[in-house]
Design a protein. Sequence first.
Length: 133
Amino acid sequence: MANGGWLGLKDRMAVLGHQLPAVCDFSVTNACNAACDFCGFARDKTFAGAMRFVDVDAFGRALPILYRRGIRYLTLQGGEPLVHPGIVRLVSQTAEAGISCAAITNGWFLPRYIDRWRPPGWTVSSSRLIAPT
């Protein structure tokens, strides 16, 4: 054991039966429908540049690699991930790969998709609701 008998984090996680890393935050777009003052992805700012969306097929090819590397939880983020035209496929592919899926979203489009993300699919959801002060 290194460090005078102390186990490093990786060694401690191995003892506990966990692999590292376990979580991946994945930005699927730089587009957003909101205009939050604090955010560079806001629709009224040019910091993010032209709208871009991750390729759904390339994302699907990356999932087995992430799984082999210990990723078991994937957070979709953006911009606003729910404006991605292939968001339903992204969530479905993630679930099919054995990875739990969550999103950091302003929640505006949740009613549009929530019924399609019942099992298998959306296993965890989170919404960060931001209001002007």
